[in-house]
Design a protein around this ligand. Structure first.
Ligand code: ADP
Length: 181
């Protein structure tokens, strides 16, 4: 299966993606994780991405798309993937669609994790990642509203809504069921 995961920052996409990846046996490809790995290794891409991530802004699309395409071209992603954190804008969705079309592939669905703003702020403050301070969280929520939320309309009928408040296992069951598993 080729799936995209959507949802506001702090929606728990990463947690759910890890579970789904294991159950569906497809790789979890997280742009946030890829960036953080690059930052940890001090690569040029990591150095460039860091200033944007620390400010809660989107990393420029050309940099992000190049990284994602390289990852999708690896062997383990040939038969399916869970994309977490990409696309985050309509422009990125168009780049992804073009990339998949070139290989005669298409998405099977877009899981949209729905949570209230109160819950996401609470979750982010609790996990305490370097970019999880209050000001950055506010910026990321605004970026989500302005740039990412329009993807819900963009993907239209491909959207599979998942209510993402509650226990991790419970949410995972909802997602598996929504996928017919
Ligand atoms: P969260 O789900 O809490 O937003 P992520 O780990 O997905 O956290 O992303 C962390 C940061 O990485 C984002 O705030 C952004 O700066 C950068 N990033 C991740 N994905 C993208 C993307 N598709 N385009 C641009 N920047 C991105």
């Amino acid at each position: 299966m080729r799936l995209v995961l959507l949802g506001p920052p702090g929606a728990g996409k990463g947690t759910q993606a890890a579970l789904l990846s294991e159950k569906l046996n497809i790789p979890h490809i997280s742009t946030g994780d890829l960036f953080r790995a690059n930052i940890g290794e001090g690569t040029p891409l990591g150095l460039e991405a860091k200033e944007y991530i620390d400010a809660g802004k989107l990393v420029p699309t050309d940099v992000t798309a190049r990284m994602v395409k390289a990852r999708l071209a690896e062997d383990d992603a040939k038969n399916g993937f869970l994309l977490d954190g990409f696309p985050r804008t309509v422009e990125q969705a168009e780049i992804l669609a073009e990339f998949l079309k070139e290989q005669d592939q298409k998405l099977d669905g877009v899981l949209n994790f729905r949570v209230s703003e109160d819950v996401v702020v609470e979750r982010m403050l609790a996990r305490g990642r370097a970019d999880d301070n209050e000001e950055t969280i506010r910026t990321r929520m605004a970026v989500y509203r302005d740039e990412t939320a329009p993807l819900i309309d963009h993907y239209g009928d491909a959207i599979i809504n998942i209510e993402a408040e509650g226990e991790v296992e419970e949410i995972n069951e909802r997602a598996m069921k929504a996928l017919g598993k």
